[in-house]
Design a protein around this ligand. Sequence first.
Ligand code: DGL
Length: 282
Amino acid sequence: MKEQSVTPAGAIGIFDSGYGGLTVLSEIRALMPAYDYIYLGDNARAPYGNRSFESVYQFTLEAVEWFFNRGCHLVILACNTASAKALRTIQQINLPALDPQKRVLGVIRPTAECVAILSQSRHIGVLGTEGTIQSGSYEIEIGKLHPQLSVTGEACPMWVPLVENREYDKPGADYFVKQHLDHLLARDPQIDTIILGCTHYPLLMNKIIHFVPDNVRVIAQGEYVAVSLREYLLRHPDIEGKCTKKGSVQYFTTESPEKFNQQASLFLNEEIEAHKTTLEKR
Ligand code: DGL
């Protein structure tokens, strides 16, 4: 049976494999509180980071269709792995067939845009999931916009599980955080700017800052994605006009809503009430 739409038409959709996208949602809401938002975490199938291209693409497409069925005209993939592995295909192949008037945007391009002004040494480090780093998406996007920058990527496969399992502020996380930072900085000691290319990683920020030298700046992408979205809406009044503005947020998860509520409150510093949903095609 097809699920009934329970949300007002025209909210902005925010998607992540799990909780990480909440760090982006927070920044977007802080900048643009008037809009309505629907957040969807595919927690039942998270993490996406070490899944194949085909799986990430399939899961992300299902999520995009889910948002469209709820009246969203604009969907933000607040997930680097989905942005790296699925966004281009969805934009070029699926959107024209699904609805050419709707839009799906990612988080890699807005982050790549901001990075040049932040680095003095012109050496950038990117931390992300296996999927994001293997895709080379940051090198490609930064290379297009700022060919003078050197980009070194480091996959941190243990970091998302540390966050999803609430170990991100525990002493056991130190080993895994230090290991990847040391490795990244050994590969390019001139790095002075590190991009957190995974929306889960801001939860590890305190530990990351602790293990990098003082001259290295660590960038969480949420605020850049928020500014970029605001500029996008200003440049595209047609899309902006299709976004409802009652200041509401609804949360959906493909896993247990009780667990989502508990975890999400850590990311958001507020109590929320999530609904359960399903993405797989039946
Ligand atoms: N938070 C996501 C990202 O930005 C995905 C993490 C995962 O599911 O592995 O890449």
